[in-house]
Design a protein around this ligand. Structure first.
Ligand SMILES: CC(C)(COP(=O)(O)OP(=O)(O)OC[C@H]1O[C@@H](n2cnc3c(N)ncnc32)[C@H](O)[C@@H]1OP(=O)(O)O)[C@@H](O)C(=O)NCCC(=O)NCCS
Length: 312
């Protein structure tokens, strides 16, 4: 029987190989199962941003599996420990090594470590990818929130719709607001990740923007982050008390991303917001489920997760 590989971590010298593995495994899986390999482009270079962002956010936390004889990279997954939980970023096994337990072998020690610390593990899993969904289900993850991946092409002249009510109240977050923003998310979603918001506000790797809305009394009502990096155009993570706040935040982020087509993970339960995005030209791309292994924190408001960094 083939062995699943030797576990270790990755360093900056591995980033090109990691980018190639991520790109190859996504193209091969989506092409062979769904005929959608084209979605991941023809170059691996854009995928370097993934290990670079995680190396800056959580140095030494990525897990790699390597062939014992050749040292060749067989698989990689990104681990993101936070005070309230552990998040798992993309998990990928090279096409030649799939189905021999590489992913399970990488994830089991991560789950055991989180369990020993009493922390749940969270991720977002594609509902088009039944192999990864099954992998996570077998390991004990249970879905709790459904998201529609909506892509919104923003013309160079901006969206052809009037700004929604509330857009004038949105402002860029100040550099010292990470703690306040994290407090809002802790209150609404029961998770704690000030470190991430401090990272976005400092903006050392990638190209991030952070917007907030406050009530007339000065209470935070919502936050929305966007990645404007040419290799990763996505809106989120974000959290909002209601659909009106989320709508104003999303419009502002889209307006800042003119000439691109960012992806937004929109909670399926926010039906009015989804229809608003259709009205702005949004199209469904995929479906994702937020899943937790261990206790899922009770949540209120609306959350907008992302794939980079993983932010279920
Ligand atoms: C998803 C992926 C990471 C799985 O990696 P892998 O190394 O082939 O997975 P493993 O061999 O460790 O299999 C894990 C378990 O899932 C099970 N599994 C896989 N596909 C399954 C399916 N369709 N139904 C039921 N179980 C399935 C395996 O049988 C195995 O269970 P077991 O250990 O109890 O026998 C791999 O297919 C991949 O890299 N895909 C492309 C990248 C991707 O889409 N990543 C996920 C999105 S982030």
């Amino acid at each position: 029987m083939k062995q699943p590989g030797v576990l270790g971590t990755i360093g900056p010298e591995d980033h090109d190989a990691v980018a190639r593995l991520l790109h190859r495994s996504l193209v091969a899986w989506y092409e062979s199962k769904l005929r959608q390999g084209y979605r991941f482009g023809s170059q691996s270079t854009p995928y370097r941003l993934i290990p670079e962002v995680y190396a800056a956010l959580d140095p030494g936390e990525a897990v790699a599996s390597r062939d014992a004889a050749t040292g060749e990279l067989l698989g990689v997954c990104f681990v993101h420990p936070r005070p309230s939980h552990v998040s798992l970023g993309i998990v990928a096994t090279s096409p030649e090594a799939q189905g021999r337990g590489v992913a399970r072998a990488m994830l089991e020690p991560v789950l055991a470590k989180a369990q020993a610390r009493g922390l749940p593990v969270r991720l977002v899993s594609s509902l088009l990818n039944l192999d990864s969904f099954s992998l996570y289900s077998r390991l004990g993850f249970v879905p709790h929130t459904l998201y529609q991946d909506v892509v919104v092409p923003v013309p160079a002249a901006g969206l052809a719709v009037a700004p929604p009510v509330g857009a004038s109240r949105i402002r860029r977050a100040r550099p010292d607001e990470a703690g306040r923003i994290a407090g809002l998310e802790r209150r609404l979603q029961g998770i704690d990740r000030e470190h991430d918001y401090a990272f976005f506000l400092k903006n050392p790797v990638g190209d991030w923007r952070v917007w907030v809305e406050e009530s007339s009394r000065g209470d935070l009502l919502g936050v929305m982050v966007a990645s404007l990096h040419p290799h990763h155009g996505m809106i989120g993570p974000g959290v909002a008390v209601d659909e009106a706040t989320a709508t104003a935040l999303l419009w502002t982020a889209l307006d800042a991303m003119r000439g691109s087509s960012p992806v937004i993970l929109v909670p399926c339960a926010a039906g009015g917001l989804v229809r608003t995005l259709y009205g702005w030209g949004g199209r469904n791309l995929e479906l994702h489920a937020a899943q937790t292994c261990g206790r899922a924190a009770p949540a209120t408001g609306l959350a907008f997760p992302t794939f980079l960094p993983e932010s279920a």
